[in-house]
Write a protein that binds this ligand. Sequence first.
Ligand code: R5P
Length: 291
Amino acid sequence: MLILTFPDYLQQAQRLAQALDIQVQQVHLHRFPDGESLLRLPTDLPDHVVICRSLNQPNSKLIELLLCAKTARKLGAKRLTLVAPYLCYMRQDISNHPGEAVSQSIIGSMLAELFDDVITVDPHLHRISRLNQAIPINNAISLSAADEIALFLQQQFTNAVLLGPDSESEQWVAAIAEKVGFEYSVAEKIREGDTQVNMRLAEFDFQNKVVIIIDDMASTGRTIAKATGLLLSAGAQQVYAVITHPLFCDDAETYIMQSGVQKIWSTDSISHTSACIYLDKLLAQAVNNIL
Ligand code: R5P
């Protein structure tokens, strides 16, 4: 078994390779001036190849994944496993307007055609409960970073209140709260546009409390910034944020910090300066379980 990765994901792939005690090799990647990608894979591939790369910045990475998987098959790989801790296009799970593409099932079907196994972490599943409803293969494996995040929080805080900024985050905040034994509350959010978020805190006494916002991803950062502002107005002593997938588009990080957050921590699902909660052991266990 060999791990294949791309230059931008080498550190995470190396950690996974070390946890599995196997080799990692890089795909040689060239981007032409017009945006097309040229890939070159090692030619001596084993039967089982694990492609390891998160799918943030999805449009170029999905094309590169397609090129990589098809080339790996051509070079003789019999079993292809995708380890993508962040899985893109999982949010658009229904057609809200006539003619709208249901990205979740389209991208899910594409991945099912390319891979024998897909392993990811806390995908944004809203109206479905199992990943194989989106990616129709037997080994569509959805892991949770709740244990890793809970352990990290236990090392940082003796007591705090966790806040889920919207109803969709309740699944993650409730699981983590149970593991650390902290109280939690869930706010109500209405997204009015890409960078417009309205929110209402639930009845809860945040006065003089240390509050940690828990969310699966931060994209524009507006959700975390809005929650922070409301919490500080409600008397919270300090506000922190822990996110699984630090997408951080454009000014997101600055925008969040300006809202008064003390610190943001995240998993290494995506490379970012806040990434300090490593997922390699969780991913390695999942790879070992499918062998
Ligand atoms: C949405 O339901 C997600 O759980 C996140 O809350 C959301 O994607 C964060 O987006 P943003 O950082 O753009 O507010």
